[in-house]
Design a protein around this ligand. Sequence first.
Ligand SMILES: Cc1cc2nc3c(=O)[nH]c(=O)nc-3n(C[C@H](O)[C@H](O)[C@H](O)COP(=O)(O)OP(=O)(O)OC[C@H]3O[C@@H](n4cnc5c(N)ncnc54)[C@H](O)[C@@H]3O)c2cc1C
Length: 320
Amino acid sequence: MTDARGAVVVGAGIIGLTTAVRLAEAGHDVDVLTADDPLRTTSMSATGMVGLRFAEPSERVTRWRASTVAELSGQFGRDVGVRRQPGLLAGRDRFDAPDRLRSFPGFRVAAPDELPNGFRSGFWLDMIAVDLDLYMPDLVDRLLATGASVSHGHVDDLASIDAEVVVNCSGIGARHLVDDPALRADWGMHVIVENAVGLDHHFMEIPPGLRRWISWMPHGDRILIGGASVLDRDDGAPDSAVEAELLDILGRTRPELAACPTIGVNAGVRPQRDSVRVEAETLPDGRTLVHNYGHGGRGLTLSWGSADEVVSVLTDERGP
Ligand SMILES: Cc1cc2nc3c(=O)[nH]c(=O)nc-3n(C[C@H](O)[C@H](O)[C@H](O)COP(=O)(O)OP(=O)(O)OC[C@H]3O[C@@H](n4cnc5c(N)ncnc54)[C@H](O)[C@@H]3O)c2cc1C
């Protein structure tokens, strides 16, 4: 056992930052160690939708999402990109909206003339949307205000970090730090167009699990157009062929958005795993390593809940 003190959180994406905030709030002396600047992580390329629970029946995921919703609701009105806005979720086939969604705020079945071209069923909900360009810098400020620090450096071996507690929030980077065949790269990108039409709602094609879909998310004067999922692609670079494909689908689905000037692209690699790994292990010298990675396409949605879980896992390990 070393005499090192405090917690080092590896990773400064949405998962590392929220985990570090919660650890600092719980009284830990926290340093975040990251290879990339927080504002250059995959988390910056997220659409910014606090998603619904479609696929995961787990009680844990439901609870984590609820924690995030509660935390983000406290940010409304702070001008940090967090707001509630109408979201339209629609499919190309006819379907009935799941019963459990009918009690959600803002639920109503979409009228046929509200559906984009080629879509046959859909429903509206009031959902939380987050502009990561505004929210991530605020999260960094919030972390620093706790007295925590952010250091830059590449980690080759989690056990070599000189800290009482090490927390692994390295996203897809965990593939090089732990032996976990369940963790897979899931590449995605957006085309970014100017919000020349004053769009004030978002749209997502369902069901989830498609490899290409159409979605739009307005953040102020820009709109993120998705979406793509390529398993085992891990370069994190935009792809001009996918850009053309997304604009083509958009043109057929919502032509007035396709007519907005394109102002950029973004791309990132989702850390895909069947279930998020939040788990403690004991290092050979007796120190504690806690993992918090594998959030796939739900990192923003689950962020505060899985951060809370890290704190409770540590409390269970070490006592309050
Ligand atoms: C196109 C796209 C759209 C998305 N949309 C949404 C959405 O609308 N809603 C939602 O909930 N989720 C969404 N996601 C998913 C979400 O972005 C991810 O789940 C989330 O960003 C994962 O965060 P993370 O902190 O685990 O990883 P990252 O953001 O990748 O951060 C990893 C951190 O670990 C550091 N790191 C890695 N390896 C090392 C190392 N060896 N040494 C030191 N540091 C290291 C990196 O530098 C970085 O700081 C989307 C993802 C993509 C790609």
